[in-house]
Design a protein around this ligand. Structure first.
Ligand code: SF4
Ligand code: FE
Length: 484
């Protein structure tokens, strides 16, 4: 099947007729909703990339899939080489600097690669047939060029208690009933990036499950318009600016993110869509693999958004007439250095990737965790530097509504004049974009998600501690010093 373009994708989501609770109202026709539309447009970029005029860009998005024997969008691809892994990160950087926000489609790609190799391992050890099921399911996703939301994070309730010891066992998503042809699940997944812009969701356990927790070790896929699923839209800083009639104050005029609480109230999952059901050791393995792929992803997407922030900081410096000041140049160099360090991590964990027994490629786990741990820090420093370069006007600008007022407007233009040749309205546009990324709706993806998405810093520190090869380093030192 031909690869969809952005317009065809948006129509295919409208056809699903999803509904959500948004700011106190049950909303239908989501694709026309002012809070949702920018996030849908951001995902559409992942489709339009496959039709870009520039052949080099098209080549990033298009790849031949041995799974279905057709050319597919890379966002549905199972990586076949380290070159594929590098192209994935490069494509994510492209999407990041095109949209300046989260484009949401990576989670399903990362989940699919993790489920693919984990179901293979499980079948080899346990004699199950999950891998064949998943391959059949995913070939359909590739052929129909769909968006899949990877859903992992459970609410978790009291963090000091295991799933079965919670007052409410639904705080971890679980099987509540077993039927001849499938299972019924209850629970919720939080922080679901782009869920309402997806055709399907691939649900995974939130952590490694132990004996007695078999009902919580469940992995499956369902369409997003399945009966019993409810969506509650996430509120973000300054989000209602998207609903105002003057787009200048939004900051990012075309694109934005989306976060959704997803509730499963007795949702039936047919057997052929179940990819893990009670095989305990594979729940933890799946979590680790998915997390590592997504930690690699941040070495692309957040770098792309960083490109936007750096570009905006350099432009505002020019508009303010300070571009030649040495301390400004130095701050911009520092921003570039930090951003490219993140990209270097994304590329490094990709280049040192390896084939899994299932045949798809996995990143270097240690370096993927190092990548994401840096992502929990550097964007904050980039935001600090951009705030410094932009100046205090970032926090005090009058609104676009006053700009059009016959009395206030001319004063604003007169007193926000800056370097020769700079239109004060353009200056406001750039400052609003910076504001969006460091303190507005865009900061959700650029800062909060950099901290907590794909796991908080402690999760990466645990993995780095485990995989850092400390014993080997000690052994080397002992050998060097002739210590027995
Ligand atoms: Fe993709 Fe980045 Fe958004 Fe995750 S945070 S879905 S990696 S753009
Ligand atoms: Fe994320």
């Amino acid at each position: 099947m031909a690869l969809k373009n952005g317009r065809e994708y948006q129509q295919s989501i409208a056809d699903l007729a999803l509904e959500a609770h948004i700011m106190g109202r049950k909303e239908a026709a989501l694709t026309d909703h002012g809070l949702v539309r920018p996030s849908l447009a951001a995902v559409a970029v992942t489709y339009d990339g496959a039709h870009a005029e520039d052949p080099a860009t098209r080549a990033l998005f298009r790849v031949n899939s041995p799974l279905c024997g057709e050319e597919v969008n890379r966002f549905t691809h199972l990586h076949q080489s380290t070159d594929d892994l590098v192209k994935k990160v490069t494509m994510q950087r492209y999407c990041g600097h095109t949209t300046g926000c989260c484009f949401q489609r990576c989670v399903g790609m990362d989940a699919a690669n993790a489920v693919y190799s984990t179901t293979f391992d499980c079948d080899a050890d346990c004699g199950t047939d999950y891998h064949a099921r998943f391959k059949a399911y995913w070939a359909g996703i590739q052929q129909n060029d769909l968006v899949v939301d990877g859903a992992m994070t459970d609410p978790k309730g009291d963090r000091g208690r295991r799933p079965r010891d919670q007052k409410d066992p639904d705080l971890f998503l679980r099987v509540v009933e077993r039927k001849r042809d499938g299972v019924v699940v209850c629970g919720a997944k939080l922080h679901q990036t782009g869920m309402l812009n997806a055709h399907e969701m691939l649900v995974m356990p939130t952590m490694g499950m132990r004996e007695g927790e078999e009902d919580w070790a469940i992995c499956f896929a369902v369409p997003t318009n399945t009966a019993g699923i409810r969506y509650i839209y996430g509120r973000q800083a300054s989000d209602t600016r998207k609903l105002e009639s003057r787009s200048l104050d939004v900051g990012n005029p075309l694109y934005g993110g989306q976060e959704v609480m997803t509730v499963f109230d007795h949702v039936f999952v047919p057997r052929e869509r179940i990819f893990l059901d009670g095989e305990l050791p594979y729940s933890g393995r799946l979590v680790e693999r998915f997390a590592a792929y997504h930690r690699q992803s941040y070495g692309g997407c957040k770098v792309g958004v960083g490109d936007v922030l750096i570009g905006a900081a350099a432009l505002i410096a020019r508009m303010n007439g300070v571009a030649r000041a040495s301390h400004i140049k130095d701050k911009l160099v520092e921003m570039i250095h930090l951003n490219e360090t993140l990209f270097a991590c994304g590329i490094a964990c990709s280049t040192l990737g390896h084939a899994t027994p299932a045949g798809n490629y996995e990143i270097d786990m240690l370096l993927a965790n190092v990548c994401k741990l840096n992502v929990t820090r550097f964007p904050y420093e980039l935001a600090r530097l951009a705030t410094d370069v932009a100046g205090g006007l970032l926090g005090t600008m009058p609104s676009a509504h006053d700009l059009e007022d016959p009395v206030a407007g001319p004063y604003i233009k007169k007193y926000l004049a800056s370097a020769e040749g700079t239109d004060p309205v353009d200056r406001i546009k750039v400052l609003r974009l910076i504001e969006n990324l460091v303190a507005g709706a865009g900061a959700v993806a650029y800062l909060i998600e950099s901290m907590h998405g794909a796991g908080p810093p402690m999760a990466q520190r645990i993995m780095i501690g485990r995989q850092g090869g400390l014993e080997e380093k000690i052994r080397r030192v002992k050998a060097m010093l002739n210590i027995p």
